[in-house]
Structure formats: structure tokens, C-alpha cells
Design a protein around this ligand. Structure first.
Ligand code: CA
Ligand code: CA
Ligand code: CA
Length: 302
């Protein structure tokens, strides 16, 4: 008995047997891995390997904020839509990456597919959903169009709008009804001639966000064409507004986002915003409203 055990244990210590066991384990593991990950193997490599740039620019200061690095990347923080990770069980993008991904913060979008050519996958809308951000005709990320609230000049200072009193900014181009209640907001100021204390028709109105009496960064122009930065802002208690949402503060207007194709304006026509190699996009925020024809957002859907 003891002799037999001794013989067996000596057999397991035999390097030839150890190598054989190791080889069998490696072969079984290899077959298992091959079967498990077969759909992810990309025979023939990428059929599409494009680069598209996306710029999101604050028109007022020409500040470009590009999409972050790591959208649709295994090491990234942003991968909120997995609809097109696979098509018919086949991994679409490069190994471990989504077919639309970012790898740095230069605004470059990688469009990469081992399958040719599921064009509906490669849209700006899908990119935004993968990123976890909103893209509509009125909202891009947290930037959303708003007509703002109406501003009037309360000539008789009774806190009520009477027909005939100046309407400085009509939200949505709709003048307030007579007898509408008016409020004041210390942030609402005007730019007038030096030492002027009351608003005159044509004087620009600014929402003085930081309330420092100077037209500077972060302030919002409510009416009339762009005045120089650094202008003095004056408070006139008769400048009043209609508090449509009853939150006790003036809500300033936000211009609609504007989408521009930097290479081919005909790309503005399709109902789906398709991505294509080297056809870059710019989204403008705070840009004075352009003619509808200059905006690439499709008339329905995005
Ligand atoms: Ca009045
Ligand atoms: Ca200011
Ligand atoms: Ca309000």
C-alpha cells in the first residue's frame, strides 16, 4: 500500500507528467476562451475608422468646450447608451470600445466599426446619448433655450403694466396684457449716456449677474445690440419685469443653440445628423439668433 502511494506521488513529481497536465489545462482554457469571446474577434479589422471634430463654443467669449475624453472607452466615465455596442451579436467597435468614442479632450470623435456600414449608428444624437447628455433643438447639455421674462418700463411707477408703457423685451414677442403685475430686480440695469439716471428708449438692458455695476463676464444682454464690455450699468427702479414663473427673480433669455456643419451645409438637411470622416460640427451657445436656414438642426427630431 505504502509502496503504491510512494510510486504514485513520484509519478506526479515527474516533470514530463507535470508538463502534460499543464498543456492539457492550457488547451482546455484556450478552447473555452475562444468559444466565449468568438463574437468579439474582428476578422479583417476595422472597416470604418473616421475622425470627426465637435466644438461647443460660447459665442460671447469664443470659449470652446469640447466633449471630454473617455466617452465610449473602457477606461472612461461616459458610456450611457449600449444600443449599438453589438449588431447581430457582433461587437461593432474596436475591442472594448464603443463604435463612437473619444480618447482625448481635443474634441475628436472616433467613429470606428468592424461592420460596414450601419450608418444609423453613427449620428451626433447617438454620440450625445452615449455621453449621457441632451441634444435637441432647444437643449445641448445643460444649455437650454429660453425666451426669458418680459421687461417693461413702468412710467407711472404703480407696479402694473398699462397698455402704452414701453415694452423693452417682449418674451416670445408677446406683449403683456394690460394690468399685468410688475416686479423689480436689482440685477436688471441699463447702459445709458454718462450720468444718466433713467432708462431711455434704445438703451441696452443687461442682467448684471454678479451685481457689480459693470457689464462684464457672466452678465447677460437682454435687449438691443452688443454694447462694449466694461460699460457702467445703472439701476432704474422703473425698469420692471413680468415674473411669469413667480420665483421672485428675473429669468433672462437664452438664445437657441445653433448647429453648424463646418464643411458642407447640405449636411444640415437630413433628419438624422450623420457623422462622416472629417466633416466637423460646431454648436454655438449664446449666439445671436441666425436665420433658420443657417441652423443645421433638422426641422423635426434631431
Ligand atoms: Ca404702470
Ligand atoms: Ca457685472
Ligand atoms: Ca422669474
Amino acid at each position: 500500500m505504502g509502496k503504491a502511494l510512494k510510486k504514485q506521488s513520484r509519478g506526479l513529481r515527474d516533470p514530463r507528467i507535470q508538463w502534460s497536465i499543464a498543456l492539457i489545462v492550457i488547451m482546455i482554457t484556450g478552447v473555452f476562451l475562444y468559444i466565449s469571446y468568438l463574437p468579439d474577434l474582428q476578422v479583417g479589422g476595422l472597416k470604418i475608422d473616421w475622425r470627426v471634430k465637435l466644438h461647443i463654443v460660447d459665442y460671447r467669449y469664443n470659449i470652446n468646450s469640447t466633449p471630454p475624453s473617455g466617452i465610449g472607452a473602457p477606461w472612461g466615465q461616459y458610456w450611457f447608451n449600449h444600443t449599438y455596442d453589438r449588431l447581430n451579436g457582433v461587437w461593432v467597435g474596436p475591442p472594448d470600445y464603443a463604435p463612437i468614442n473619444t480618447r482625448d479632450d481635443t474634441g475628436t470623435i472616433y467613429v470606428q466599426s468592424a461592420v460596414c456600414c450601419p450608418a444609423y449608428v453613427f449620428t451626433l444624437s447617438y454620440f450625445f446619448s452615449e455621453w449621457g447628455q441632451t441634444l435637441t433643438k432647444t437643449c445641448v447639455g445643460n444649455y437650454c433655450y429660453s425666451p426669458g421674462e418680459t421687461i417693461t418700463y413702468d412710467t407711472n411707477d404703480d407696479n402694473i403694466f398699462q397698455t402704452g408703457e414701453p415694452v423693452i423685451h417682449a418674451a416670445g414677442n408677446i406683449a403683456p396684457a394690460s394690468n399685468t403685475v410688475l416686479k423689480t430686480d436689482p440685477h436688471l440695469r441699463f447702459i445709458g449716456p454718462i450720468n444718466s439716471v433713467s432708462w431711455s428708449s434704445g438703451d441696452p438692458i443687461v442682467y448684471d449677474t454678479n451685481n457689480n455695476g459693470i457689464y462684464d463676464a457672466g452678465d447677460v444682454l437682454v435687449s438691443v445690440s452688443e454694447p462694449p464690455r466694461g460699460s457702467t450699468l445703472t439701476f432704474d427702479p422703473k425698469i420692471k419685469y413680468v415674473d411669469s414663473n413667480s420665483d421672485g427673480t428675473y429669468n433672462f433669455p437664452v438664445t437657441p443653440p445653433v448647429l453648424v456643419s463646418t464643411k458642407d451645409t447640405s449636411r444640415c438637411d437630413p433628419s438624422v445628423l450623420g457623422l462622416s470622416d472629417k466633416y466637423d460640427w460646431t454648436i454655438w451657445e449664446w449666439r445671436p439668433t441666425l436665420a433658420a436656414a443657417a441652423n443645421c438642426f433638422p426641422t423635426s427630431g434631431v
